[in-house]
Design a protein around this ligand. Structure first.
Ligand code: ADP
Ligand code: MG
Length: 478
């Protein structure tokens, strides 16, 4: 963008180029920095409609694009604007009714059509591509074959959630609808919700089971909007017998996705179809979740999962070693169960590591070996967060090219995410400024310091930066 800057008149306030010209330069900067797919999806159809001394207004065709630009790219756009115009401008992202009407990808309609009305709407659209119910194939949910009720160990900390999941798989849509399961990481939420899928499909393979993470659900919705297939999207989910949605807090702040979920929800509940959701916290503690969704979630049964106690940890280890075909001594099992308390995923992780270590080194699994492996495991560097992990999570979050963190280019679209990653590296790794700088393409420690200060200031006045940090952190900690 440096070379673009020189093509501009001076940054004297009076000489501000007109907003079309500025936007052209912003777009050039974005297309230079972002992968083509991301640029085409979010920027290609956005247009500038006005600017004044403090504000720059753009219009897009859907609330979806609006949210996406606001959540992920606003800071970058503003930084580009500042570089181009030499003054801080706040970007305002509006939905253009006219663009929305023209758009091949319709904005989600607010009213929730029930099944027959969708059918009618599809028929009316007259493009001949309306999917009939018969044409909609039975979904094949991607379930982990290991996540069944049979392999799930039941104990005091999860028996309520387990019983509820069993009940809905036997009598769907009856009394616990929706079923909302919550609990900390690695405590078996995904295992349980998928076990429901396995159980009902085992009984009747034609049952229409949709299992997906809230993130996958949103992504499907985005592509439906982009491909102009929103009606098919709606129709598809509204034919579900079971809608199983994992990790609901992902929807926090995603207004139009929440709206669509709410409507799908109503249609399914009315039709007495079963809905199950999981979350790491109770419904009312999910930030930026529409009130009406919170109350929907609470209207059924809310069941929590707690951390397993020692006995349960022992039982889980025993069961797992049986499936792995390994006979473990009691003292070894006890040592692991006693050392790894936080969650089941870590518990299994230590067991798997012990088994791998023993088989790779050809040694017997003794208490000494277990002690050694556990010691390594509990203090292993892989459990510490690396700058590389932070960089990867940041690149994924902003959909940037792989070399974005080391690149010498200083365009807004790259430098803002890079500053965020530096800030997080400082916060999460305990490395020095100089060490961090080296990992960002050999940058100087003052660059890192500057980045940390800039993000700290941004944090105090820009909620999207706070939000981006929270989401990148949770990607890293996953
Ligand atoms: P969550 O979704 O709550 O983060 P997962 O369902 O992914 O956790 O569980 C993490 C791991 O622990 C999985 O491999 C799962 O099979 C295992 N696990 C959790 N709870 C149990 C349990 N009660 N019995 C057997 N395995 C369990
Ligand atoms: Mg999970």
């Amino acid at each position: 963008m440096d070379n673009l800057l020189t093509t501009l008149p001076s940054s004297e306030p009076a000489a501000l180029p007109d907003h079309q010209e500025i936007w052209r330069l912003v777009l050039a900067a974005m297309s230079e920095s972002l992968p083509k797919g991301a640029y085409d999806a979010w920027f290609a159809h956005a247009r500038a409609v006005g600017a004044d001394d403090t504000r720059f207004t753009i219009e897009v065709a859907s609330s979806f694009t609006q949210e996406w630009l606001r959540d992920r790219y606003r800071a970058m756009i503003e930084q580009a604007l500042a570089e181009i115009t030499g003054r801080p401008l706040v970007v305002e992202i509006r939905i253009s009714p006219e663009m929305a009407a023209r758009s091949v990808a319709p904005v989600f309609v607010a009213a929730a059509p029930t099944d027959p009305r969708i059918a009618a709407a599809v028929a009316q659209s007259g493009d001949g591509s309306a999917p009939s119910h018969a044409a909609i194939s039975t979904p094949r949910p991607q379930l982990n074959p290991r996540y069944t009720f049979e392999s799930f160990v039941v104990g005091g900390s999860n028996e309520f959630a387990h019983a509820a999941c069993r009940a809905v798989s036997e009598r769907p849509g009856a009394s616990y609808n929706p079923l909302f399961i919550y609990g900390g990481v690695g405590l078996g939420k995904t295992h349980l919700i998928q076990a429901i899928g396995h159980a009902v499909l085992a009984k009747n393979p034609r049952t229409r089971v949709f299992y997906m993470s809230a993130e996958a659900w949103m992504n499907e919705m985005v592509s439906a909007i982009q491909n102009g297939t929103t009606l098919q999207f709606k129709e598809r989910f509204r034919t579900a017998d079971f809608l199983l949605i994992d990790d609901v807090p992902f929807l926090s702040g995603k207004e139009s996705t929440q709206q669509e979920l709410f409507h799908t929800f109503n249609v399914l509940i009315d039709a007495r179809k079963q809905i199950v959701l999981t979350s790491d916290r109770p419904p009312n503690e999910i930030a930026d979740l529409e009130e009406r969704l919170v109350s929907r979630f609470q209207a059924g049964l809310v069941a929590d999962i707690q951390s397993p106690d020692l006995e349960m940890r022992l039982a889980i280890l025993r069961k797992r070693s049986v499936t792995e075909g390994i006979a473990l001594d009691d003292d070894v099992t006890l040592l692991i169960a006693d050392s790894v308390k936080s969650n089941v995923r870590e518990l299994e992780g230590s067991l798997v590591r012990l088994l791998a270590y023993a088989s790779l080194t050809g040694r017997d699994i003794t208490i000494d070996l277990a002690r050694q492996v556990l010691k390594d495991y509990l203090s292993s560097p892989s459990r510490k967060i690396s700058v590389e992990q932070i960089q990867t999570a940041t690149i994924e979050f902003f959909s940037l090219p792989a070399d974005a963190m080391r690149s010498k280019r200083r365009t807004a679209a790259l430098s803002h995410p890079r500053q965020i990653a530096m800030f997080l590296s400082r916060e999460m790794t305990g490395l020095s400024l100089a060490e961090i700088g080296r990992k960002f393409g050999g940058r100087d420690h003052t660059t890192v310091l500057h980045a940390c200060e800039k993000i700290r200031v941004d944090l105090s006045r820009d909620p999207t930066v706070t939000d981006a940090l929270t989401r990148i952190r949770s990607r890293i900690e996953k």
